[in-house]
Design a protein around this ligand. Structure first.
Ligand code: FES
Ligand code: FES
Length: 165
């Protein structure tokens, strides 16, 4: 089975119903994605499928074939951290860290679809579970990353005055 992960092609010999998380961790040694509950409840195993957050413990690998898979190992662009990763450092979000790669992937997906999430948006989207109770700092990290991403966004053309004069 051929998989596109973090921009690289990988071929794995696994049963089609194997959870993607098993393939990432056991076949490909991409151990940044964590196993927590195994039943889609905790979010520790969150990665992206075509930019959308998915819980890989319940996603058959066959469903990821031909899709762009991104794991925490592929979230940074070369040496440049993703805005959520930098914000997590600046806000000192992690405690034990176990849940945090899943948190980061969920946060990055949220911000890709909602540039300025409210606390309510964050609470609705971030259903990941943290044993250490970092939820307040996760919120702070997402708000910080949102501001950074907005400051980088190109200015929209001004069409309010009826276009070109
Ligand atoms: S390990 Fe996948 S949601 Fe908990
Ligand atoms: S930081 Fe420890 S489980 Fe979340």
């Amino acid at each position: 089975m051929d998989l596109l992960i973090n921009g690289d092609n990988h071929t794995v010999d696994v049963a089609p119903d194997t959870p993607l998380l098993w393939v990432l961790r056991d076949n490909l040694n991409l151990t940044g994605t964590k196993f927590g509950c195994g039943i889609a409840a905790c979010g520790a195993c969150t990665a992206h499928l075509n930019g959308q957050a998915v819980r890989t413990c319940v996603l058959p690998v066959s469903a990821a074939q031909g899709q762009a898979i991104t794991t925490i190992e592929g979230l940074a662009q070369g040496d440049e951290l993703h805005a959520v990763q930098q914000a997590w450092i600046d806000e000192q979000v992690p405690q034990c860290g176990y849940c945090q790669s899943g948190m980061l992937m969920a946060a990055a997906s949220l911000l890709a679809g909602n540039a300025a999430p409210t606390d309510a948006d964050i609470d609705a989207a971030m259903t990941n579970i943290c044993r250490c109770g970092t939820y307040q700092r996760v919120r702070a990290g997402i708000h910080r990353a949102a501001k950074v991403l907005q400051s980088r966004a190109p200015a929209l053309p001004n069409t309010a005055a009826g276009g070109e004069s």
